[in-house]
Design a protein around this ligand. Structure first.
Ligand code: HAM
Length: 456
């Protein structure tokens, strides 16, 4: 029978064989954010549509073309979040987090939804790691936020990412720039797509971000850096100085305008040439006017988000392996009903002690069970049958070396914990002694020292 349905276009499953990668990424990014004083915030996957119209902006591609918007059964217009900033700002204002010590620094790991044309690195459901920092307009904060992203990439060993920065001005100087853009694009009206014709009146800067428009037409348009007011210029210069003080290399790309309306002053992107057309792995900037725009106090803020799928593509493209999940410490194979019951008891006791282990719950042959244990990559195996039950002794095998050792069934749980711990410590010591060479080459009897009762 054919499958009833398939995953929706532009979405992807994370299967057990690969989930360790995203788990590792999320834990690492959360850790680094923690070092910078950011704490986690979680907000709902859907919000009132109005929130995104007002923040992301109703002349952006995201709002005009890409949002998953629907009426709920109560007739409210609801939208699946296309990005994480709007929800974070809404929560910050709603819960009065501005009363907490400032700056308030939060991070999130969330799914996002955009109805875009799927391609490598562009999905309809994707995941972001993002940070937002509220309560300071100081350039040092811009640099700190950028440095956090840079450190994350550095920690993961990513190479060749270019940090591009720009300033897109503030409510004082932006209108002058918008006017210059309007004049320029009005002279090229016949070349604009239908959406951009409406943007021409309301927000000509958005035309620079439109995927439909000719690249040369956009490249020849006036450049925002030429229109910055003194305050914005000064801010930008200071951000650069801080970046330099922290040893970050950047290029100024006056063409970055970002695809969301809330930005002011500093904007930045980390761009890679290794993953095709969707090379922007991380993007962010200041949004000093957004809190007020959403009905709150005027509180300056900034942040960034990186796409986890794009980051994984990049790691893959650069051959960077992430650490796999720890394998199971023990697989206990059984033959016969009595042995199965005893194994259930032993494994239950070991799990209660925090040991990761399994026994046969299927009733397969010993050969099939050992094949399964091999696939699990269990550190140790043992076979429990009538003979072992009678003698009260089971042979424990260390799979890396094939070394075996007799363990009493009566004290198996306690003994195994000790053995597992001792083996792990010895293997670690040996690895250190060998300067990090492959642990598989380590002879366990040597590892366990003179007191070992292991036999080859
Ligand atoms: P954004 O540039 O729209 O900014 O998205 C940030 C990152 O999310 C992108 O650089 C990319 O890695 C990833 N991304 C975006 N769209 C997709 C997609 N369709 N498929 C896969 N990955 C995607 C924001 O979302 C802002 N909220 C960032 C921010 C936070 N600015 C200030 N604070």
């Amino acid at each position: 029978m054919a499958l009833i349905t398939k995953a929706i276009k532009g979405t992807q499953d994370t299967l057990p064989a690969d989930s360790y990668k995203i788990k590792f990424l999320e834990a690492t990014l959360a850790d680094i954010a923690g070092h910078y004083g950011f704490r986690e915030i979680r907000t709902p996957v859907f919000e009132h549509t109005e929130l995104f119209n007002r923040s992301v902006g109703d002349t952006t591609d995201v709002v005009q073309k890409e949002m998953y918007t629907f009426d709920d059964k109560g007739g409210r217009s609801i939208t699946l979040r296309p990005e994480g900033t709007a929800g974070a700002v809404r929560a910050y204002l709603e819960h009065g987090l501005f009363n907490d010590p400032s700056p308030m620094k939060v991070y999130y790991l969330t799914s996002c939804y955009r109805y875009e044309k799927p391609q490598a690195g562009r999905l309809r459901e994707f995941h972001q790691f993002g940070v937002e920092c509220f309560g300071t307009d100081a350039p040092a904060q811009d640099a700190e936020v950028i440095a956090l992203a840079d450190e994350a990439f550095g920690f993961l060993g990513v190479k060749g990412l270019e940090l591009q920065i720009n300033s897109i001005g503030c409510p004082h100087c932006r209108p002058v720039y918008q006017k210059a853009l309007k004049d320029y694009f009005t002279a090229h009206k016949s070349e604009l797509c239908e959406t951009c014709l409406t943007r021409l009146e309301r927000n000509p800067m958005r035309i620079l971000d439109c995927k439909e428009e000719d690249a040369a037409l956009k490249d020849n348009a006036p450049v925002v850096l030429d229109y910055l007011c003194d305050e914005c210029k000064d801010h930008f210069e200071k951000v650069k100085k801080y970046l330099e003080a922290m040893g970050l290399t950047y290029t100024v790309n006056p063409r970055i305008v970002r695809g969301l309306d809330y930005y002011t002053k500093t904007v930045f992107e980390f761009v890679s040439n290794d993953i095709g057309a969707q090379g922007t792995v991380c993007g962010g900037g200041r949004y000093d006017g957004l809190c007020e725009e959403l009905g709150g106090k005027a509180i300056p803020a900034l942040g960034f988000a990186m796409g986890l799928e794009r980051l994984l593509l990049l790691l893959d493209a650069q051959g960077i392996e992430l650490p796999a999940d720890e394998p199971q410490a023990l697989y206990l194979a059984t033959a016969g009903d009595a042995a199965s019951l005893k194994a259930a008891q032993i494994i239950h006791d070991l799990r209660a002690e925090g040991i990761s282990c399994s026994f046969d719950t299927v009733g397969r042959s010993i050969k099939a069970q050992m094949k399964y244990a091999n696939k699990l990559g269990a550190d140790f195996t043992a076979v429990l049958g009538d003979n072992e039950l009678e003698s009260g002794i089971v042979q424990l095998k260390y799979m890396d070396t094939g070394d075996t050792r007799d363990v009493s069934l009566d004290t198996f749980a306690e003994d195994f914990q000790q053995i597992a711990m001792q083996t792990a410590l010895s293997a670690l010591q040996a690895e250190l002694d060998m300067g990090g060479e492959d642990l598989g080459k380590v002879d366990l009897s040597a590892l366990l020292g003179g007191n070992s009762t292991w036999t080859e």
